[in-house]
Design a protein around this ligand. Structure first.
Ligand code: PEP
Length: 250
């Protein structure tokens, strides 16, 4: 079997002006992405073009968006479709982040429709799953996350499961006030995710299985000792220097 790349990526969430986006990428432009690392960058949609433009020609960094609608082009004011973001140069689309599920009412049905639409449009979906603290403390994290995966991939052709990246991001670990999961918190859920995938698509492996939630250069090494394909990072990679430090772990 071919060696699997180590995926290291960041979402800028709702941060950065065009000038800040360009400055970040220009600084990153001098960074050599280590052999074997698949880097990815998810700017806000407004900065997509600036980021694509500022990356050196032939850059191995995948660029994408943090959301898109599942439907075909048409009357859906304020949304953009998967085909539109693909046309605009995105290669990746994040789907089902807990901020969207928790704060913006994104449901399991919407997430499943987005995964299917992303694959149809030729995008790499980065499907985010993860349990809230109440579920974790009740000892139900494994089952809860496995259900999220089953539901999100329900409409995906088994062969296409190999095109999907899943990011396990416990809700209680994400963002300001979150604390990174201990490696021991993560192991069982990763197994549960692989189990759910094996039920849906026997013998098929996800493109990658990542961990996200308060990752820093300090805790990244311990997390990468787990059976994982990489890390999905927010705040610690909001500067080019931060992202470069993470890439150097590869
Ligand atoms: C995220 O929200 O996907 C995330 C990983 O954020 P942070 O690293 O800032 O906790």
């Amino acid at each position: 079997t071919e060696p699997r790349p180590l995926w290291l990526g960041t979402s800028w969430k709702m941060t950065k002006t065009l000038a800040e986006s360009r400055a970040y990428v220009e600084e990153l432009g001098h960074t050599v992405v280590p052999e074997g690392v698949q880097a990815f960058l998810l700017p806000p949609l407004t900065s997509l073009h600036v980021v694509l433009d500022a990356l050196p020609t032939g850059s191995p960094v995948l660029v994408g968006v943090q959301n898109a609608h599942w439907g075909p082009d048409g009357p859906m004011t304020g949304e953009v479709s998967m085909t539109q973001v693909r046309d605009a140069g995105a290669q990746v689309v994040e789907i089902g982040h807990s901020e969207r599920r928790g704060l913006l009412g994104e449901t399991d049905e919407m997430v499943a429709a987005k995964v299917a639409a992303a694959l149809d449009a030729g995008l790499v979906p980065v499907l985010c799953v993860g349990e809230p603290w109440s579920v974790r403390s009740a000892g139900r994290a494994d089952a809860y996350v496995a259900d999220q995966v089953r539901s999100a991939l329900a409409d995906v052709d088994p062969d296409d499961v190999s095109r999907v990246v899943v990011a396990y991001e416990p809700v209680w670990a994400i963002g300001e006030g979150g604390r990174a999961a201990e490696p021991a918190d993560v192991v069982g859920v990763l197994d549960a995710i692989r189990g759910a995938v094996a039920d849906l698509a026997p013998g098929v492996r996800l493109r990658a299985l990542l961990y996200g939630g308060s990752v820093t250069t300090e805790n990244a090494t311990d997390l990468l000792d787990l059976d994982l394909d990489g890390l999905f990072v927010g705040r610690a990679a909001w500067t080019a220097a931060g992202f470069t430090a993470l890439l150097s772990l590869g």
